[in-house]
Ligand binder design. Structure first.
Ligand SMILES: NC(=O)c1ccc[n+]([C@@H]2O[C@H](COP(=O)([O-])OP(=O)(O)OC[C@H]3O[C@@H](n4cnc5c(N)ncnc54)[C@H](OP(=O)(O)O)[C@@H]3O)[C@@H](O)[C@H]2O)c1
Length: 264
């Protein structure tokens, strides 16, 4: 079984931004898609667009992934409509730009539940079946942020380090079962992420890549079962530098990029 046997892809956060472009990559290869998110109207609109563009079937599952039991709910809904998920794209996630001691703990918790726990539980729902069928792919969206500590956005950076470590481990575990696992680690991407994270004012948000390019790099990496995908020369340079520079220096540099620019 190979990538040509992938028929259905489930994409979390598939209504917009990078998730929509990842769903579009799947649809462009003839896969039916299941888009998961909280906003029904946006999901339905995105599904209609993909059906129109690619002549595939697009389903929607409305689910808040920060809620207890979310992954089981998504998987139950998918089985109910008789679908078998060949490709799981764990893309849903958000950032929170705030000094930790001044931050809202409920939002920090929601971030960890969405970015990490839901991702792990969705892999737990779908990977055993992929392994049994010896067919499937899992693309987990982490970030360049996962390579370094991120002062003023501490839990976000840490949540992406978790995604990287978890994904690279299961890449090795599932390789023998013929299931592809790739981790997409973009630098800044032009999406609503920065406004949603209260971070649109930061210098780092201004050097963003286009979402279609990042999605295409990520999907191609999954097809080749590349463990780690870092799209773009700048992001690759950042990752290389984080491996050479002392950790304290890396954290201070990340802090500087995270801070608002001084007004002239
Ligand atoms: N943009 C960047 O610079 C950048 C860089 C590196 C990595 N990333 C990562 O890329 C992924 C996609 O982000 P994006 O840039 O496309 O930002 P975005 O446009 O804000 O999209 C985030 C998506 O996540 C979904 N989501 C958030 N919380 C959710 C929840 N509790 N339950 C279900 N869905 C939820 C949202 O869907 P609903 O609103 O419908 O729930 C939305 O579709 C994230 O994991 C992000 O960390 C982004």
């Amino acid at each position: 079984m190979g990538t040509k046997d992938w028929k259905t892809a489930l994409v979390t956060g598939g209504a917009g931004g990078l998730g929509f472009e990842l769903a579009r990559q799947c649809a462009a290869r003839g896969m039916d898609v299941v888009l998961v998110g909280r906003n029904e109207e946006r999901l339905v609109e995105a599904a209609a667009q993909l059906e129109f563009e690619h002549n595939i079937k697009a389903h929607v599952v409305v689910c808040d992934l920060a809620k207890v039991g979310a992954a089981a709910k998504v998987s139950a809904r998918v089985r109910e409509v008789g679908l078998v998920v060949d490709v799981l794209v764990n893309n849903a996630g958000f950032g929170y730009d705030a000094r930790f001691v001044e931050s809202d703990m409920a939002r920090q918790r929601e971030l960890i539940l969405t970015n990490d726990l839901a991702l792990v539980e969705l892999v737990g729902e779908f990977a055993p079946d992929m392994a049994a069928r010896k067919c499937g792919g899992i693309l987990n969206v982490a970030s360049v942020a996962g390579f370094m500590p991120g002062p003023d956005m501490a839990t976000y950076y840490a949540s992406k380090a978790f995604v990287q470590s978890f994904s690279q481990a299961i890449h090795v575990e599932l390789r023998r079962a013929g299931v592809h696992v790739s981790t997409l680690c973009p630098g800044p991407v032009r999406t609503a992420f920065w406004e949603n994270a209260d971070a649109a004012h930061t210098p780092i948000s201004r050097i963003a890549l286009d979402a279609p390019f990042v999605a295409s790099e990520g999907f191609n990496a999954l097809c080749r079962n590349k463990a780690l995908c870092v799209p773009g020369a700048l992001a690759k340079t950042i990752v290389f530098a984080t491996r050479l520079a002392p950790r304290g220096f890396v954290a201070r540099t990340a802090a500087a990029l995270q801070r608002p620019r001084k007004k002239k």
